[in-house]
Structures are given as C-alpha cells and as structure tokens.
Design a protein around this ligand. Structure first.
Ligand code: ADP
Length: 255
C-alpha cells in the first residue's frame, strides 16, 4: 500500500435487505489522519454503512478497502486485528465486569498463550498479565476513568459509560475508529469533553469516522462531512459547504 492511498475506500457499495435498498451505490474515501463526519436523516443508511465497513454485514455489491487490502468479505474479528475498532449506538459493555476488567478483556483479545501455559503459570504468562494490567491502567488514566476502575459500568452516569466504550475500543490501538452517535444522551459539558477526546485520539494517530446528529459537534470537530440520504451520498465537503448545499437542506426539511 502506498503512502497516499486512502486508509478507507468504499467503492460503489450497495446493500439490500430483502426488498429494501439501505445503501445505494455509495462511494467514499477517508484519508489517514482525518476526523470524518457521517450525517443524514434517520434511516438514511449510516449504521448500515458502519456495519458494512466493520464486516458485520456483507455488501450486496461493491468493494471495501481498508489499510491497503480488499476487506469486502473480511469478518469483524479479523478486521479488528487489522486495526479497525468501533463503538455501537447502544452501549455494549460487559455489565457483570468492572470498568478495569472491561478494558482488560479488550487488551487480552490477542491471546498468545495456550491453556496449558496458563495452567502451569509460566513466567511468560505472568509477565504478560503484568503488562496487560499496566496497559489497562494507562488507558484508564488517559480517559479519566481511574476513579471508576472498580465500579460496575451500569452503576455509572451515561456519559462515563460512553467514555468507557471509547477507551475499550482504543485498547486495540486501532488505525481506524468508528463511533456511532458518540454524543447521544450527553449533556453540553460531556459533548465538549468528547470533542477533546476525539481530537486527542486523532492527534495520536488514529483516524476517526463518526456518525453524529449533533451538528454543533460535527461542525467543530470534523474536517470533512459526508451526507447520506435514502442510502445515497448527496453531499460531501467541509461542514460549512455541506450545510449550505441545497440537496442537504432539502433532505433535512423532508425528514
Ligand atoms: P441510519 O443509521 O441512517 O438511521 P440505518 O442504516 O439504520 O439508517 O437503516 C437504513 C435502512 O435500512 C432503514 O430503512 C432500516 O430499516 C434498514 N435496515 C437496517 N438494518 C437492517 C436489517 N438488519 N434488516 C432489514 N433492514 C435493515
């Protein structure tokens, strides 16, 4: 893969559900280092697009390239090993684990030791456990979660739970992070904190694509925005460009 190849490239992707065309010939490219916004009225195909990119759905036609390879038929677990992470609109934290354990599970996804090595408790295993614990502690600190490390996620305010989900996604040190409505349910101060978190994630080298309804956040955070309507791309450009585009105004008025 060449240096100026886009990190993510969607080429003419269509996704059909029985009679319904959720994505209709969608093409878009995201450069490494971008913070890209995906906006559009309800039902316009935003989450379906995330599901196709992250391998949860297979495109009916078209191609997906990620990090220089064709990932059109690559499954979610393999995509995660290749450096793709995502969060979900509805939080998917392990409720029976503590915050720290939620992070540890994500860090532990590349299991390098066999059950027998664990059973024998070999020095390499112990070193690895210690390393994972140190990494978990760093992530907790980086995302301001140390005070909540031993709490159950369900007992914490919603804004904190969202932050845990992002921290957990970042445990895999992804090249691309997909955030599905990260500001949903957050108050004004929490939205500001989220913006700072997303910028710091990008500044440390992870490209971010976010679906978001909060246009204030999109305007302040995203360099480029792609607008979907009825499964198709109707505009793309800077936030200022897309909000002024007649097709976008029309799509939102009809929402
Ligand atoms: P958005 O995220 O923009 O609100 P979605 O991608 O969730 O839009 O949905 C786009 C369209 O695809 C909607 O009409 C929705 O009902 C439909 N859709 C999404 N997922 C499925 C599915 N698994 N089965 C059938 N229809 C689906």
């Amino acid at each position: 893969s060449s240096l100026d190849e886009p990190l993510l490239e969607i080429r003419s992707v269509t996704k059909d559900f029985r009679g319904l065309r959720a994505l209709d010939d969608v093409s878009l490219t995201v450069a490494a280092g971008e913070i890209r916004g995906i906006v559009g009225p309800n039902g316009s195909g935003k989450t379906t697009l995330f599901n196709v990119i992250s391998g949860f759905y297979r495109a009916s036609s078209g191609k997906v390239r990620f990090a220089g390879r064709d990932t059109t038929t690559t499954r979610p677990y393999t995509l995660s090993l290749l450096g793709l992470a995502r969060t979900f609109q509805n939080l998917r934290l392990f409720r029976q684990l503590t915050v720290r354990e939620n992070i540890l599970v994500a860090l532990d996804r590349t299991r390098t030791h066999t059950v027998w090595q664990y059973a024998l408790w070999q020095p390499g295993v112990i070193r690895r456990e210690r390393r994972l614990r140190r990494q978990a502690q760093k992530l907790l600190e980086r995302f301001g979660l140390t005070d909540f490390a031993d709490a159950a996620p369900g007992s914490l305010p919603y804004g904190i739970q969202r932050r845990i989900e992002i921290a957990r996604a970042m445990a895999t040190q992804p090249r691309l992070l997909l955030l599905d409505e990260p500001a949903a349910g957050l108050n004004g101060e929490e939205v500001q904190q989220l913006a700072d978190i997303v910028r710091s994630i990008r500044d440390r080298g992870t490209t971010v694509v976010l679906i978001e309804h909060n246009m204030g956040l999109v305007m302040s955070l995203c360099e480029r925005v792609t607008v979907l309507s009825s499964g198709g791309v109707i505009a793309e450009g800077t936030p200022a460009e897309v909000v002024a585009a007649p097709a976008v105004i029309e799509a939102y008025l009809g929402d």
